[in-house]
Design a protein around this ligand. Structure first.
Ligand code: PMT
Length: 401
């Protein structure tokens, strides 16, 4: 399983004979699905070339703190924020000492100071150096700072000694790192999510719409990405930032949303999941008015003739190569009964019943509470943030699809 699909690993390589193993380590991380960027200290470059690590990672290798060209591309603060984890392997005694004492005199030590993600250190050094009181004090300081160690192992060393200090094998380091993510349940899947409202034009300045903010759909996109899926988010007009590593397609009306959904699904093959979170307007004005409707022309009020919009999710569920199709049911009464009716009527595989009569949850709120219903079971998710509800829904989809 690609436990690190969609995960970004910043790999710091410091100077030591074990640096040659970082080439193998990159391969293992990539096999787990990770996107890897390498940062090398000056000493590391004495043991292995940046070119080798660049070829294996498929990304430029970062070497200098004060490099104007690099800063113009991806500056050191941006690079520190890029990673979902910062792994230093091998970590020499000297680098561990600098890390323990908060130095920031080269690119890698600066990244460690600026990183928001977890830092993992795989030490590699001679057994006497590992056991020395100074090094043990530094290791204690790393533990106190919340930095986690992977290894070292005991065994024969490059210098001929036998003892504790060998860097763990690349396989083991990659596996231990992958285990920290608890994700990858949807690696290899492509998830298409609709989110937000649609707007149906009355004239060039007025429209019909609803209160959907897009928060639920955007939270689902993040949760699906974190579970390792490739995510396409088809968003109606909302005021939300695009989640990182998610492909976003903006649309306005229900017809636009149908067109974008169909075009997207046409390009995808097996393993597709569709989630219809969008509050699609059921009706649109029948007449396409090109000029603003003047109030003076309508002294006796204005009557709009509305026609039905296409049902996007029902269209998706009728496709020959039907994706695993998950709908939402926003209801104000008989919530479960009406939601179950929609599963059958729209040929869905799962529906998320959402009681929108409660102002605390549902439309525009940061909170939600839902019942997930599938043909052979159901599950309640009590009131929680939309992010937490989204994780619960994605978890259930990964079990049922
Ligand atoms: O965006 P937020 O502010 O975070 O609010 C979230 C939400 C309340 C909008 C969301 O949780 C939700 O319940 N979305 C579904 C809203 C809705 O339109 O429900 P519905 O019962 O009318 O539709 C049932 C299903 O059919 C939905 O999956 C909907 O996307 C889909 N549909 C409806 C009409 C239509 N023409 N095409 C569709 O695809």
């Amino acid at each position: 399983m690609h436990r690190m699909a969609n995960k970004r690993i910043l790999l710091g390589v410091t100077g030591g004979i074990a640096a040659y193993k970082s080439a193998e380590l990159i391969r293992r991380l990539v096999e787990h699905g990770a996107d890897v960027r390498v940062v090398m200290t000056t000493a590391a470059q004495e043991f292995i070339t940046p070119l080798t690590l660049q070829a294996l990672s498929g990304n430029p290798v970062h070497l200098e703190l004060l490099d104007t060209e690099a800063e113009a591309g991806m500056g050191h603060i941006e690079l520190a924020r890029w990673g979902d984890a910062l792994l230093i392997a091998p970590a020499s005694a000297d680098f561990i000492a600098r890390l323990a004492n908060g130095h920031g005199n080269d690119l890698l030590s600066t990244l460690c100071l600026a990183a928001r993600s977890a830092i993992y250190v795989a030490p590699a050094m001679n057994q006497a150096m590992w056991a020395s009181p100074a090094n043990q004090n530094n290791i204690k300081q790393l533990n106190d700072n919340g930095i986690q160690l992977i290894g070292p192992e005991s065994g024969s060393q490059a210098c001929g000694d036998i003892g504790l200090g060998r860097m763990s094998e690349p396989d083991q380091i990659a596996q231990q790192l992958a285990d920290t993510f608890h994700t990858g349940t949807l690696a290899g899947s492509h998830i298409v999510i609709t989110a937000g409202p649609t707007r149906e034009a009355i004239d060039p300045v007025r429209y019909i719409s609803n209160h959907s903010s897009g928060k639920m759909g955007f939270a689902l996109a993040e949760a699906a990405r974190d579970a390792g899926a490739q995510v396409t988010l088809i968003a109606g007009p909302v005021n939300l930032a695009t989640p990182e590593r998610v492909k976003r397609i903006n649309v306005v009306s229900a017809n636009d949303m149908l067109e974008a959904t169909t075009a997207c699904l046409d390009k995808l093959e097996g393993g597709v999941i569709f989630i219809g979170t969008a509050a699609v307007a059921d009706y649109r004005p029948n007449n396409q008015v090109e000029q603003k409707i003047k109030k003076t022309e309508n002294d006796n009020g204005l009557t709009l003739e509305l026609i039905e919009n296409p049902d996007i999710i029902a269209n998706v569920a009728q496709r020959q190569n039907k994706p695993f199709t998950v709908g939402f049911a926003a209801e104000t009464q008989n919530v479960i009964e009406y939601a179950k009716g929609k599963i059958d009527r729209k040929n869905l595989d799962m529906i998320i019943a959402n009681d929108v009569s409660n102002k605390e949850i549902g439309f525009n709120s940061d909170l939600n509470a839902v019942t997930i219903i599938w043909p052979s079971g159901s599950k309640n998710l009590d009131i929680a943030s939309k992010h937490s509800i989204a994780q619960g829904i994605i978890h259930e989809i990964s079990l049922q699809h």
